[in-house]
Write a protein that binds this ligand. Structure first.
Ligand SMILES: Cc1ncc(COP(=O)(O)O)c(C=O)c1O
Length: 397
């Protein structure tokens, strides 16, 4: 039985082109780009070329006196941690070393932001969470109110994700970043679920930093990046050599970077990909609504990414649904992969003010470039069987 894989927000399969870019780099024998000899210089040239092209593809400034930086990291978690730690320190300095400056994050951030902010809260920052409405969109007036008290209680940093990993809900980043800039408050955006899935323009968004990770868009795992606006000097999290201007020391991997670069190019060249995935997602949604008329589409009235569908089957336990679907050959998820080992309810659906039934029944379907209409049809057959079985056993209890 071939499994239908609808868990692409967790990770995607590496594309043949990205895998080839990685192995070609290794085969070409690129060495440590920090080495002074000619092979080292050649690796450095290749790395810097890849980096500059990715900055351009993401709408940053890659040449001239005011270039934005792309710091290569091990993935989204590291990029978010580096941004929060670094920008919080810079923000505190900007606010004249305020004693307990505030860090504002949305209530629906990924655990790599939420948990790290909690940690920063133990080191002298005050953490505040921005409320979301019933669709999971941040409440801009709440941000405005918080920013209005910046003078009395300075804000070091605001961090809001571009698109939610559980619901796909897209946040108004450009507006939020502009509000922060007016107040001279730094702004980080976790764009892990947006880069390589929809068009991103770093300059137009007006953010100070932006996280990405290759494995969410058919690139290799273990590589990501933090894009950083020109002029911001981030203190490092790791200490070591002078690589990446000592902001992120450690030997850079040219091959993994080449794989990430290739996956980004493939997304940009596949101009129809997002529309194709949106059509599949919409067909899946319509099909599920036919099977379960009282199904709840979480985030339904907000702008949503094409690849994500989060639904609640009222009266059905999410864990039971997931396991029965898995047994029948459909891989889906109950939330972010980091939490999927546990049966914790989703903090995202809870923050949206959903009732207990919706929280308990929340399931995520996430699609990628390789999914097909036939898989959508087969998954609907599986979902109907699973739903019928579970609702019969629920009513017979
Ligand atoms: C929104 C978001 N941010 C950050 C991450 C962490 O990325 P990584 O798995 O590359 O560390 C993820 C991964 O699920 C995510 O969805």
């Amino acid at each position: 039985m071939k499994t239908i894989y609808f868990d692409n927000n967790s990770t995607t399969s590496i594309s043949p082109g990205a895998a080839a870019a990685v192995s070609q780099c290794y085969a070409q024998g690129f060495v440590n780009p920090a080495s002074q000899h000619r092979p080292g210089q050649s690796a450095r040239r290749k790395l810097e070329q890849l980096r500059a092209q990715m900055v351009t593809m993401l709408g940053g400034v890659a040449s001239g006196m005011e270039t934005d930086r792309l710091i290569i990291t091990s993935g989204g978690t590291e990029s978010n941690n580096l941004a929060l730690a670094g920008l919080a320190a810079v923000g505190r300095k900007n606010k004249n070393g305020s004693r307990a400056p505030r860090i504002i994050i949305s209530a629906v951030e990924h655990p790599s932001v939420l948990s790290f902010a909690d940690y920063l809260g133990t080191t002298g920052y005050t953490i505040e969470r921005l409320a979301v409405d019933q669709n999971g969109s941040i409440i801009l007036s709440d941000l405005q109110q918080k920013l209005a008290t910046d003078r009395q209680h300075p804000i070091a940093l605001v961090s809001i994700m571009a698109a939610n990993n559980e619901t796909g809900v897209v946040q108004p980043i450009k507006t939020a970043a502009a509000l922060c800039r007016q107040q001279n408050v730094l702004f980080h955006c976790d764009a892990v679920q947006a880069v390589g899935k929809t068009a991103i323009d770093f300059s137009d968004l007006g953010v100070d930093s932006l996280s990405m990770t290759a494995h969410k868009f058919h690139g290799p795992r273990g590589v990501g990046a933090l894009m950083l606006r020109h002029g911001i000097e981030l203190p490092p999290m790791f200490y070591g050599g002078f690589q990446q201007m000592a902001t992120r020391p450690g030997t850079e991997d040219v091959a993994l970077t080449a794989g990430m670069h290739r996956a980004l190019i493939e997304f940009q060249n596949d101009t129809n990909r997002e529309t194709r995935i949106r059509q599949l997602r919409d067909d899946l949604q319509t099909g599920l609504q036919k099977i379960v008329p009282n199904i709840v589409i979480n985030g339904h009235d907000a702008p949503r990414m094409a690849h994500t569908l989060n639904v609640s089957f009222p009266g059905i336990n999410r864990q039971a649904f997931l396991m029965a679907a898995d047994f029948a050959g459909l891989a889906i998820s109950t939330g972010s992969a980091c939490a999927s080992g546990s049966s914790d309810a989703s903090h995202v659906i809870i923050a949206m003010g959903a009732n207990n039934d919706v929280v308990e029944g929340s399931i995520r379907f996430s699609l990628g470039a390789l999914n097909t209409e036939q898989e959508v049809d087969s998954s609907l057959t599986i979902c109907k069987q699973v739903f019928d079985t579970l609702s019969t056993s629920a009513t017979s209890q």
